[in-house]
Design a protein around this ligand. Structure first.
Ligand code: MG
Length: 321
C-alpha cells in the first residue's frame, strides 16, 4: 500500500529539534515560532523542478540537500542566521528509498546549520520541491543589493564556475552522478556561504548570492544600486580543477556564466579593502577575490589588462535550460 501524506511527513520529515524558539513544530495546522526580539525576520523561498533546475535521475540525497542549500544561500546573502524551514514536496510516487535519501540530504544540511524543519506538505504530482527558510538578522546589519557606491571594490568568494563544469561533465557523459569528482560533487551539493554572510555584516556595502552566473548577477547588483561595474577578466579566480579540463576561454565562460555555485558577490569601500578582505576570509574560512570595481553609470564592462573586451552573454550551450 502506498504511503499516505500523513505517514510520509511523520516518518521522513518530523525530527526533534534542540531549538527552543520552536514552540510547536510539524504536526499541527501550523508551526508556532518565537522570533528573537529586536531582530528582523528574514524570509526566502525557492522551487526546484525536475528537468528544469536539476537533471532527471539526480540522486535524491542531492535534491534534498540543494533544495535547502539554495534557500540558505539567499539568507547568507542577507547576512542572516537561518532558523526554520518549511517544505512543500510534489512527488509522482512516494518511493520509500527516494524519500529516505531525500530527507537524509535535507536533514543533514539543516542539522549542520542549526535549522529546524517546522512544517511540511506532500502532494502527488510531478517532482517539484519548494523550501522556504526563515532566519534573523539585526535589521541595521542586513546586507542588500542596493548599497554599492562608485569607487567600491567588487569581490566574489571561492571559485565560481566549478558547479557549472560538473554539470557540463555530466551532460556530456564524461562523468556520472556516482563520480566522486569534486566538480560533480560541487554541483550536487552546494555549500551555502552562511559564515561569509555573517562576516560581511557591517563590512560589505552590497551583497547577493551568485545563482545565475557572475556576470549576470553583477549586473543585477549594479542595477539595484543604480551604478555601473567594471570586471577585470585577468583577476577572475579560476580553480585548478577547471584549468585541468578546459582552456582559458572556456574557464572564463564557466566563471562568468556558470550558475549553481552559490558563492557570494559583494562590494565594499576600496579604502582598506585588502585588509578587510583578509579579515573576512579568515572569519568565514573561505577565500575572497577582488574582481573589479563599481563605477558611476550603468551596466557591466569587462576589461582585460585595462582594455575593454566585449563579453557575450550566456552563449554556453551546455548550460541552456
Ligand atoms: Mg539570491
Amino acid at each position: 500500500m502506498p504511503l499516505g501524506e500523513f505517514e510520509v511527513i511523520a516518518r521522513y520529515f518530523t525530527r526533534a529539534t534542540p531549538r527552543r524558539d520552536v514552540l510547536l513544530g510539524v504536526g499541527d495546522d501550523a508551526a508556532l515560532l518565537a522570533p528573537p526580539p529586536g531582530q528582523a525576520l528574514v524570509a526566502a523561498t525557492d522551487t526546484l523542478v525536475e528537468g528544469r533546475h536539476f537533471l532527471p535521475g539526480t540522486p535524491p540525497l542531492s535534491v534534498g540537500h540543494n533544495a535547502l542549500a539554495v534557500n540558505l544561500s539567499d539568507l547568507a546573502a542577507m547576512g542572516a542566521d537561518p532558523a526554520w524551514a518549511l517544505l512543500a514536496l510534489s512527488l509522482p510516487d512516494p518511493d520509500e528509498r527516494w524519500l529516505e535519501e531525500f530527507a537524509g540530504g535535507l536533514h543533514a544540511l539543516a542539522t549542520r546549520h542549526g535549522v529546524a524543519l517546522v512544517g511540511g506538505d506532500t502532494v502527488s504530482g510531478p517532482l517539484v520541491v519548494t523550501v522556504a527558510v526563515l532566519g534573523f538578522v539585526p535589521a541595521d546589519a542586513a546586507l542588500r543589493r542596493s548599497g554599492a557606491k562608485p569607487g567600491d571594490a567588487v569581490y566574489v568568494s571561492g571559485t565560481p564556475g566549478v558547479a557549472a563544469a560538473g554539470l557540463d561533465l555530466l551532460r556530456r557523459g564524461v562523468m556520472t552522478f556516482e563520480s566522486r569528482d569534486p566538480r560533480v560533487q560541487r554541483m550536487l551539493f552546494a555549500e551555502p556561504r552562511l559564515a561569509l554572510g555573517r562576516a560581511l555584516r557591517g563590512r560589505a556595502s552590497a551583497a547577493m548570492d551568485v545563482s545565475d552566473g557572475l556576470l549576470g548577477d553583477l549586473d543585477k547588483l549594479a542595477r539595484a544600486s543604480t551604478v555601473g561595474a567594471v570586471l577585470e577578466l585577468e583577476r577572475l579566480p579560476i580553480a585548478p580543477m577547471l584549468a585541468d579540463a578546459y582552456d582559458r576561454a572556456q574557464c572564463e565562460r564557466l566563471v562568468l556564466h556558470g550558475g549553481d555555485d552559490y558563492e557570494l558577490l559583494f562590494t565594499m569601500p576600496a579604502d582598506g579593502a585588502a585588509a578587510r578582505a583578509a579579515e573576512i576570509a579568515e572569519q568565514a574560512g573561505c577565500a575572497v577575490h577582488r574582481i573589479g570595481r563599481i563605477v558611476a553609470g550603468e551596466g557591466v564592462r569587462c576589461l582585460r589588462e585595462g582594455r575593454e573586451e566585449p563579453v557575450t552573454g550566456g552563449g554556453y550551450d551546455h548550460f541552456a535550460h
